[in-house]
Design a protein around this ligand. Structure first.
Ligand code: XMP
Length: 512
């Protein structure tokens, strides 16, 4: 577990992907700010360093430059894109400034396979995205690969185990990119296959026991993937010392409260306290129709209810949270690196400080896909591990405008039909999110011979990788027809079903 390969982040949009590719090879990778002192890396037991790409130019006034002592640590270094230029610039080569970026496919011709390209074909399709490029090698280096536009697309200093590549092996457009990483990790750095979720679970359990001792831990269970896996892991470690609190805010999906109770209390035997605060939430939301105001009320009320429930549970030392690795990486804001724009709020309203609770975050080293694997290994069902994201304010942002119990009930029924149909045919697992929205417009329909003046339900199904962009899913017409006719036939108060065919941008995924 202590064999770490460091990814120094120079602001590339691919930094997290590099770290994930390394972990897919069962090697522990961690992302570090580009300015991290070499001594820190040595103390952490780093066995190899990868210099990420980045939008900057080594000639820029404020170019991100690492601690030069990283080259004296005696560990292998692989510079990617901006990383190779940095190596050229800092180790005595020459970089040429370019006014435009070379972007897209290129063909790499391997001149000498060496350790980096061992076992790979002599020509490879690679993905380029760079401006400047290396035009003279630093002392000790030789070229091991060329592309159409670059004599030094891949370079090596054999004695020091330093490598540089101009292209991006972490993106799927680069052929056999994962094998280049494997060669670097196992062939050059001498890494072992020690990062597995099995070994993570064993270490995490030992860690939790050591940290918590005989103390008590409280966890706010939302039913989402992260808090569920955190609960299962902590429970495995300390059993009854963990108490979970599940707040019913009246904005949950149909059957959610019962499902959570059944799974965690009955199946896992977790000490689960269900707090029914639905009346309070709905009372506070009465007459409010502005989306941001609704969100604020829901957030504030949640903190209040949660805090009150902690007092009634009694003394605890720790508050557990399902914080993930992307939430804790210190982002490098250079150019338009999207990772720098994503901010997650993971301290429930500053509760830990106010209540003098210590934070316990057993998943803070993991990416989402790793959390899912841990959840599955701990015995959580597919329905939880692969569940679609659900917004914190729940159905509160899916009943448009003012919320009422009646509207929520209608939405819950319609949404349950959509969920069941999507799951039955398997589409549920293929899309990012699929849900209904309550549109507060009445339209005319007919039931038997009677005129039916009733509400409209919208269907929203999207595909996405990270929710930053999304495209509406082209569901089969037969499936849409079945969902629509079931909703209009089975849900009283609905006369019409409409399909949302907007992408993000310009629309957002949720309607509010
Ligand atoms: P939008 O609507 O912004 O949603 O395209 C992007 C993703 O975020 C979820 N979402 C929220 N999650 N609190 C949350 O915890 C919120 O207020 C919230 N609003 C949107 C949404 O479901 C989608 O996955």
């Amino acid at each position: 577990m202590n064999q770490i390969v460091a990814v120094l982040d120079f602001g590339s949009q691919y930094t997290q992907i590099i770290a994930r590719r390394i972990r897919e090879c069962q090697v522990h990778s961690k992302i570090y700010h580009f300015s991290t002192p070499a001594e820190t890396l040595r103390a952490e037991g780093v066995i190899g360093i990868i210099l990420s790409g980045g939008p900057s130019s080594v000639f820029a006034k404020d170019a991100p430059i690492p601690d030069k002592a990283i080259f004296d640590l005696g560990v292998p270094v692989l510079g990617i894109c901006y990383g190779i230029q940095l190596m050229g610039h800092l180790l005595g080569g020459k970089v040429s400034k370019s006014s435009h970026r070379e972007y897209g496919h290129g063909t790499l011709r391997v001149k000498s396979a060496g350790r980096l390209f061992a076992g790979l074909p002599r020509t490879l399709k690679v993905w380029n995205s760079h401006g400047d490029r290396l035009i003279a090698l630093p002392p000790g280096f030789k070229a091991i690969g060329t592309t159409e536009n670059s004599e030094y697309a891949a370079i090596e200093d054999r004695a020091r185990s330093f490598f540089g590549i101009q292209f991006h092996p972490e993106v799927f457009h680069t052929e056999r990119g994962i094998d280049i990483y494997k060669n670097f990790l196992f062939g050059v750095c001498g890494a072992k296959h020690s990062w597995t979720m099995r070994s993570f679970i064993d270490h995490a359990i030992a860690d939790i026991r050591k940290t918590v001792g005989k103390g008590r831990v409280i966890l706010g269970l939302s039913g989402g993937v992260d808090s569920s896996v955190a609960a299962a892991l902590i429970h495995r470690a300390i059993g009854k010392q963990l108490t979970c609190v599940f707040v019913d805010n009246g904005l949950l999906r149909k059957g959610e409260r019962e499902y959570v109770t059944e799974l965690y209390a009955k199946h896992f035997h977790i000490d689960l306290r269900v707090v029914d605060a639905s009346r309070l939430f709905l009372k506070r939301l009465k007459g409010v129709s502005e989306p941001e105001q609704k969100r604020k009320i829901i957030g504030r009320t949640f903190v209040e209810v949660f805090e009150k429930s902690l007092k009634s549970i009694g003394h605890a030392e720790f508050l557990a949270q399902g914080t993930l690795y992307p939430d804790v990486i210190e982002s490098v804001a250079i150019g338009n690196n999207p990772a720098a724009l994503i901010k997650t709020h993971h301290n429930v309203g500053g509760l830990p400080e106010r209540m003098k609770l210590k934070l316990l975050e057993p998943l803070r080293e993991l990416f989402k896909d790793e959390v899912r694997e841990v959840g599955a290994k701990l015995g959580l069902p597919k329905e939880v591990v692969w569940r679609q994201p659900f917004p914190g304010p729940g159905l509160g942002v899916r009943v448009l405008g003012e919320i009422s119990r009646d509207k929520l009930d209608i939405l819950r029924e319609a949404d349950a039909i959509l969920y069941q149909e999507m799951k039955d045919c398997g589409w549920y697992w293929k899309v990012w999110q699929s849900f209904c929205v309550f549109i507060p417009v009445k339209s005319v329909g007919v039931v038997g011979d009677e005129r039916n003046y009733a509400w409209v339900i919208g269907i929203r199904v999207v595909e996405s990788r990270d929710a930053m962009t999304a495209d509406w899913t082209r569901l089969p017409y037969d499936l849409l027809q079945k969902i629509s006719s079931r909703i209009t036939n089975e849900v009283r108060g609905v006369s019409r079903v409409v399909l949302d065919i907007s992408s993000k941008p310009p629309a957002t995924i949720e309607w509010e």
